[in-house]
Design a binder for this molecule. Structure first.
Ligand SMILES: Nc1nc2c(c(=O)[nH]1)N[C@H]1C(S)=C(S)[C@@H](COP(=O)(O)O)O[C@H]1N2
Ligand SMILES: [Mo]
Length: 410
C-alpha cells in the first residue's frame, strides 16, 4: 500500500500532520559512529522511506530525536525544566533544573575530598573512591528550589515558567548516616554544616535528625555519575527539603550542637508567613501539583482530553489529587500512577470530555499528612505580598472557546 507523503493515513490525519504540519522543515543531523554526518539539512518532506535505506549504525552515546527538542529555560541564576514537554515522572538528566549561586565549578574527581569534622571521635577525609566503597543506597526523589516562583505575566506562561525549578532523578550514593557512624558523631550533636566547593562556597545548617534519617551523599544520578550542573562528583541530597539544602560539590561537613547562621540563613531562605512573622529553617517543601497537559502553549480540540499532571510533597506520599474542570466549583479524584513513592513526583490523570465552552481546569494535591495545596488567594491572605519562597498555589488553566490554553491565577 502506498502511504505517500500527502496521502491521508486515515480519514482525518494526514502523514504531514502527524509529522508536525506542512511547515515542518526539521534539520536532521545524524552523527554516525565514525563521525560522518549524513542527511544533514534534509526537510521532513524529503526524508527517504526508512524501509528502503539502511539506518544509522550503533554509536557511543544515544541521541534525542531531532524532532523532539525539549530545552531548559535559562536565566542568569537558574534554568528550568520543560515540564510541559515531559512524560511520566523521571526528568532526563540533561533537563534537570539548575540553580547555582556561583556557576558550575570544574572539579577533578581524583582530587575530590570530603572532610567530616567537629563533634566527632575521628575527623576524617573521604576521597570519591572511599565514598564508593561504602554500602550504597538509591532512591527516586524530586528536588525543588524553594524559590520556585513565577513572575508577573500575561497568561502566556508554561509549567516550566510556573514551577520548572522541580525535577526528579534516581539518586545513588552513600547514606550520610553511614559516614556519621564511621567518624563517630557525638551524641550531643544536633546540627551539621554542609559546605560546597563552588565559587559561592554555599553553606547551610541541617539538623542531625535529617542526616541520620535519609540524607545521601550522592555520586550518581539516573544511573550515571552526577552531572556537573548537579554537583559532580558528589552532592548532599536531602529528600523533600528545599533544594538549597542539598549542597552540591560537597567538600566539608562540620558537626555541631547549634545552627551555624550562615549567609544563606539570614537574609535568604526565610519567608514571611504573617503580617509580623518570619519563618526560618523552613526546610520541608509543601505539597504542590500542576496540570502539564493541557497547559500553555497548547491548543486543544473539543471532545475527550486526558488531563495530565504531576504532584509532589516534601512531607511524604501524595494521597490524592483532585481535578476541577469548572473553575473550582466541583472536584473529581484523579487516577494516580503507581507506584506512589515517598517524596517523589507522582503522575496523575483525569479523563474529561470538553464541550468547547470556555472554562478553567485546575488540580489540587493532598499529601499523606492531610496537607492540602492552597489557592493563590489563601497564600496571599496568609503571607501578604511577600511570596518568593515556598510558593505552591493551585494553578489554573483557562480554556478559551478556540481551544487556546492560558494561565490563570487562583
Ligand atoms: N554548592 C552549592 N550547592 C547548591 C547551590 C549552590 O549554588 N552551590 N544551589 C542550591 C540551590 S538554591 C538549589 S535549588 C539546588 C539546585 O540543585 P540542581 O542545580 O541540581 O537542580 O542546589 C543547591 N545546592
Ligand atoms: Mo534553590
Amino acid at each position: 500500500m502506498d502511504i505517500g507523503k500527502d496521502k491521508p493515513l486515515s480519514g482525518r490525519i494526514s502523514r504531514r500532520k502527524l509529522l508536525g504540519g506542512a511547515a515542518t522543515a526539521a534539520v536532521v543531523l545524524v552523527q554516525t559512529a565514525t563521525g560522518k554526518a549524513f542527511q544533514a539539512g534534509v526537510s521532513v518532506a524529503e526524508l527517504d522511506d526508512p524501509t528502503k535505506i539502511p539506518g544509522v549504525l550503533p554509536g557511543t552515546v544515544g541521541t534525542r530525536s531531532s524532532f523532539e527538542q525539549p530545552v531548559k529555560k535559562p536565566s542568569p541564576t537558574s534554568s528550568r525544566t520543560p515540564l510541559q514537554d515531559l512524560y511520566g515522572t523521571l526528568t532526563p538528566s540533561d533537563l534537570h533544573y539548575e540553580r547555582h549561586h556561583g556557576g558550575v565549578p570544574a572539579i577533578d574527581p581524583a582530587k575530590f575530598e570530603l572532610v567530616i569534622h567537629g563533634m566527632v571521635e575521628r575527623p576524617m577525609v573521604f576521597t570519591l573512591a572511599d565514598l564508593k566503597r561504602f554500602p550504597s543506597v538509591s532512591r527516586l526523589a524530586f528536588l525543588e528550589c524553594s524559590g520556585n516562583y513565577r513572575g508577573a505575566n500575561d497568561g502566556k506562561i508554561t509549567p516550566q515558567d510556573i514551577c520548572g525549578l522541580t525535577s526528579q532523578s534516581e539518586w545513588t550514593g552513600v547514606a550520610l548516616s553511614t559516614l556519621f557512624r564511621e567518624v563517630g558523631v557525638s551524641e550531643k550533636a544536633t546540627w551539621f554544616l554542609a559546605e560546597g566547593g563552588d565559587a559561592a562556597v554555599m553553606t547551610r545548617s541541617v539538623p542531625m535528625s535529617k542526616g541520620w534519617k535519609d540524607a545521601i551523599i550522592a555520586y550518581a544520578q539516573n544511573g550515571e555519575a552526577v552531572r556537573p550542573e548537579q554537583g559532580y562528583p558528589a552532592r548532599l541530597f536531602l529528600p523533600g527539603w528545599e533544594g538549597n539544602t542539598s549542597i552540591k560539590w560537597i567538600r566539608r561537613i562540620e558537626i555541631s550542637d547549634q545552627p551555624f547562621m550562615t549567609r544563606e540563613e539570614t537574609s535568604k531562605y526565610t519567608e514571611q508567613v504573617g503580617p509580623a512573622k518570619i519563618r526560618q529553617f523552613s526546610f520541608t517543601m509543601d505539597a504542590r501539583s500542576i496540570i502539564t497537559y493541557p497547559s500553555y502553549p497548547a491548543r486543544v480540540e473539543k471532545g475527550w482530553i486526558e488531563i495530565r499532571g504531576i504532584a509532589w510533597s516534601g512531607r511524604g506520599k501524595i494521597s490524592r489529587v483532585e481535578v476541577s474542570t469548572d473553575a473550582g466549583k466541583s472536584w473529581h479524584l484523579a487516577a494516580l500512577q503507581e507506584p506512589v513513592l515517598d517524596k517523589s513526583l507522582t503522575a496523575f490523570r483525569y479523563l474529561w470530555q470538553w464541550n468547547g465552552g470556555p472554562t478553567e481546569i485546575m488540580s489540587r494535591a493532598v499529601d499523606e499528612t492531610g496537607y492540602v495545596q492552597p489557592f493563590y488567594k489563601q497564600l496571599l491572605a496568609a503571607r501578604g505580598g511577600n511570596m518568593g519562597y515556598h510558593f505552591n498555589p493551585v494553578t489554573a488553566w483557562y480554556l478559551q472557546s478556540d481551544g487556546q490554553v492560558l494561565f490563570r491565577s487562583t
